[in-house]
Ligand binder design. Structure first.
Ligand SMILES: C[S@@+](CC[C@H](N)C(=O)[O-])C[C@H]1O[C@@H](n2cnc3c(N)ncnc32)[C@H](O)[C@@H]1O
Length: 450
């Protein structure tokens, strides 16, 4: 048996926890497809791929993975459509559309709609001519900007700031709607390289801006975009849409898409945020705030619609309906004082993790319930997910989500092991078994016919 399918139950200190985890581990079948999927569960293949190369969405997976799972689901584009409740950069939708499926996505982050809508546009020759005309009218550089500065303007060197803001005003004056949308999306795509911040870890790290000629960078990116539209056009006949909203309200989005397409939901392929401290709103705050997709107040309000992570304040001890999750929270709460005694330091961050896990799995339960209700009988749902660990306690996210999905009515067909997952050097040192035991998997669910 390959290493990553080793039973994780053996690594829990508490006997009750060990046997509870062993019981759910033993319920499922696992396949080792590391050779095939290890390169596909991240965004590395996107660098050279049309559409996907426009903007690096670090948390995305490959369209090749989607293509493969759609083939395995055996659904037919004449009767079924495809959905992604947490669409990110649109890998699922783009791949489904290429295969002739109608497809829709949902994401709580409005920047995802900017990204995916741009990919889904099929500009006409006239739209492209307007974009060419716009490029001809661009100066080599703008020298001043008279308007007011949006939030986070200090993330940009002064000359880049003048150029970005003037360029945006210039784009907003374009009358052709498709051309304006493509140009504005391109403006968003170059923000990070023109800034002195980069997406890193749980947020943004400071570094010198790699680009100091904003206009040339914009021209290069827009030319790449036009090349992809012209050389790799997506099929026009299929229907697609991106909703900005929460996956917790998935059924309403799915019903309205089903009505428009006249088909049923046959496959769901998605990757949720992982059960860790990553906050997408922190990571994308430059696009959200400087890009004026949100006012600072709205940013704070909508941030809380995300699947919960530790940065979303809890204020009180939560309770979770899943006894296994409560058991893991107890295991973490027991291990924390031991670690603190050993290091002599209070670990305030890890103390937030039990409530993060309660919130995370409660939210994922709501999402799975919505997905089950929306899916046609016989339809498949694939969840690409990583595991995490706190103070040595493994959070076996794949089996926990499989268990919760079963409670909502799904059958669990398989758990595909895709690659080894990473944890911090600090944790590996303190708990050496974590170096080789955490995994990234695809949980394969199906709504069986009654
Ligand atoms: C791992 S990423 C998805 C990446 C995507 N599969 C791709 O290939 O680009 C997870 C996404 O979940 C979104 N998300 C977080 N909470 C959400 C919620 N409550 N409803 C919908 N989307 C949510 C995040 O904004 C993020 O885009």
């Amino acid at each position: 048996m390959p290493d990553l399918i080793i039973q994780q139950a053996q690594f829990y200190e508490d006997e009750e926890c060990r046997s509870a985890i062993r019981a759910i581990e033993d319920r499922y079948s696992y396949s080792d497809e590391i050779d095939y999927f290890s390169r596909l569960v991240n965004f590395s293949t996107a660098k050279t791929e049309p559409f996907q190369r426009w903007v690096r969405y670090r948390e995305g997976y490959s369209t090749v993975l989607v293509n493969e799972l759609l083939s395995r689901s055996r659904i037919n584009p004449n009767s079924h459509f495809v959905a992604d409740p947490m669409v990110g950069s649109g890998s699922t939708i783009i791949s489904a559309k290429k295969k002739g499926f109608d497809a829709f996505g949902v994401d709580v982050n409005p920047y995802c709609k900017v990204i995916v809508d741009a990919k889904l546009l099929s500009p006409s020759d006239e739209d492209l001519a307007v974009i060419q005309g716009f490029l001809t009218s661009l100066p080599e550089a703008y020298t001043h900007y008279n308007g007011s500065n949006p939030p986070l303007s200090d993330y940009f060197p002064p000359s880049n700031l003048i150029n970005l803001l003037s360029l945006r005003d210039h784009i907003l004056s374009v009358e052709n709607q498709n051309a304006k949308q493509i140009l504005l999306s391109c403006w968003f795509f170059i923000l990070e390289v023109c800034s002195n911040r980069k997406k890193d870890g749980n947020g943004l790290a400071t570094r010198p801006a790699p680009v100091n000629d904003v206009i040339s960078c914009f021209r290069e990116t827009i030319n790449e975009i036009i090349t992809d539209y012209v050389r790799h056009p997506l099929p026009k006949q299929s229907l697609s849409h991106v909703f900005t909203g929460s996956a917790c309200d998935f059924s309403a989005f799915s019903d309205s898409f089903s009505e428009a397409s006249g088909k049923k939901l046959g496959a769901i392929i998605f990757s949720p945020p992982y059960a860790n401290a990553f906050d997408y709103y922190e990571s994308y705050k430059m696009e959200l705030l400087f890009g004026q997709l949100y006012s600072p107040d709205d940013y704070q309000i909508h941030k809380k619609e995300q699947i919960r992570n530790y940065r979303i304040s809890y204020g009180r001890e939560l309770h979770c309906d899943y006894p296994l999750v409560e058991m893991l929270c107890d295991a973490i709460n027991t291990a924390i004082p031991k670690k603190e005694a050993a290091t002599g330091k209070r670990d305030a961050r890890t103390r937030l993790m039990p409530n993060m896990l309660r919130g995370y799995f409660t939210d994922m339960g709501i999402v799975l319930d919505q997905l089950y209700k929306s899916l046609d009988e016989g339809g498949c749902c694939y969840i690409v997910v990583d595991q995490s660990a706190y103070v040595g306690v493994i959070v076996p996210t794949d089996v926990l989500l499989a268990d919760i999905a079963e409670k909502k009515g799904f059958a669990v067909n398989d758990i595909i092991i895709c690659r080894q997952a990473a944890t911090s050097g600090q944790q590996r040192k303190a708990y050496p078994y974590l170096s080789s035991t955490l995994r990234e998997s695809i949980v394969c669910l199906q709504k069986k016919s009654n």
